[in-house]
Every structure is written in structure tokens, then in C-alpha cells.
Ligand binder design. Structure first.
Ligand code: TMP
Length: 217
């Protein structure tokens, strides 16, 4: 039996990840894949609740502490991801270790994205990362922007730059990364998702015969 694919969706705050998740699931379903999904931070666990309090501004934590909590929050489901993949199911994650690296390194100058992924080393690695490409200025003008601590236009601009560095590190380590233009209407973005996945069909089938990879090994 072929293994499932681990697909990760990344992007700035308010870049439209939820509706793109539906499009990915729809494409997978249409191509006879079964899939589970998750959104990080997973705010349901005790660790996730702490992260939620931090994001809403009611809990103060150092940069090291919050980065570690994000990573622990991923480790909580690492075996569930592996089990799904081994059972032939795809796993779609909205945000993952690359958000951890981009958002944490955006707080510093110069940025060292790999430094902020130390605790993620050994987690299942994404087979495919889809990055929603939307400028920080456009993301910041979307409804609801500003509700959580990182939702500041200047900070999102830095995160956008850091995602560029994260992409380079991902590709250097053999990861597959594609940008999805996320500035159009929901319908247009959905079409971009479908055509990107259509183009990757052959590569995805090949990956299913390969062993699961781990960050960064
Ligand atoms: P969300 O809006 O997708 O729920 O994410 C909440 C915030 O958490 C978002 O601003 C990005 C940030 N984040 C990190 O800073 N590091 C991480 O590892 C993850 C998963 C999210």
C-alpha cells in the first residue's frame, strides 16, 4: 500500500488559509485520497490553550518560551501524523514548523530561521508546502486583522521576508514548495490551488512510494 501525503499550508495572517484548506480537501477527495486535517496552533490541548492566551495578549512569555510551546504543540500530534501517512491517508496541516521559524525569526535582526526550528528537528517533514502569496499590506487590510498579537502590518512584512528565507532552507533540504497567488477572489484562489495540485500529480504519486521524511534529516 502507498503511504499518504503530508501537505502543509502556510502564509501570513488573514491570507485565506481556511478556504484554501477546503479547496485542497476537495481536490484530494476528487482524486480518491482520504485526508485528515489540523490547524496549528492546535488550541484545544493544555499547551494550545497557553498559546491562545499568549496570542490574545493575556499571558506574557519570552520568545524562547512561546517558540518552544508552538513546537511542543506539534510534537503532541507527530505520531498521529505518522500513523495517518502509514495508513495511506493524507494529512493536511494549516501552519506547521515553517510558521514557527518565520514568525519567531521575524522578531530578530538578522534572521536565522534554522535557529528557531531546533526543537522541530525530527518531526515528520511536509511532502509539499503550499504558501499563500499575499503582500503584508493586502493581508493587513483584510477584515479582522489586528485581533491577535502578531497582526501588525510592520511585523507581517517581516514575516513575509522570513518566509522567503524559510523557503530557501526548505528547498535546500529537498522539500517541495509551491506558492499560490492568494490575492484574487476566493474562486480564483481555489482555481490556483487546483491547477497547482494538478501540475504536481505525478510528483505526488512518486512521493507516495518514498519513506516519510523528517525535519531536517
Ligand atoms: P492562526 O491565526 O493561524 O491560528 O495562527 C495564530 C498565530 O500564531 C499566527 O499569527 C501565526 C502564529 N504562529 C507562530 O508564531 N508560530 C507557530 O509555530 C505557529 C504554528 C503559529
Amino acid at each position: 500500500m502507498k503511504r499518504g501525503l503530508f501537505i502543509v499550508l502556510e502564509g501570513l495572517d488573514r491570507s485565506g488559509k481556511s478556504s484554501v484548506l477546503s479547496a485542497i480537501k476537495r481536490w484530494l477527495e476528487d482524486h480518491k485520497y482520504s485526508a485528515e486535517d489540523i490547524h496549528f496552533p492546535n488550541r484545544k490541548t493544555p499547551i494550545g490553550k497557553k498559546i491562545d492566551a499568549y496570542l490574545k495578549g493575556s499571558l506574557k512569555l519570552s520568545d524562547e518560551e512561546i517558540t518552544s510551546l508552538y513546537s511542543q504543540n506539534r510534537w503532541e500530534v507527530a505520531s498521529q501524523i505518522e500513523e495517518s501517512l502509514r495508513a495511506g491517508k493524507c494529512f493536511v496541516s494549516v501552519r506547521y514548523a515553517f510558521s514557527g521559524a518565520a514568525y519567531s525569526s521575524a522578531k530578530y535582526d538578522p534572521v536565522f530561521v534554522e535557529h528557531w526550528m531546533r526543537e522541530d528537528a525530527g518531526l515528520p517533514a511536509p511532502d509539499l508546502t503550499l504558501y499563500l502569496r499575499l503582500s503584508a499590506s493586502e493581508a493587513s487590510s483584510r477584515p479582522g486583522f489586528g485581533d491577535e498579537v502578531y497582526e501588525r502590518a510592520w511585523f507581517q512584512k517581516r514575516v513575509e521576508e522570513c518566509f522567503g528565507s524559510v523557503r530557501a532552507v526548505c528547498e535546500k533540504n529537498g522539500g517541495l514548495w509551491r506558492d499560490i497567488i492568494a490575492s484574487g477572489s476566493k474562486e480564483e484562489v481555489k482555481e490556483n490551488v487546483f491547477s497547482t495540485l494538478d501540475d504536481l500529480k505525478e510528483s505526488m504519486t512518486k512521493i507516495q512510494s518514498q519513506p516519510i521524511k523528517y525535519l531536517w534529516s
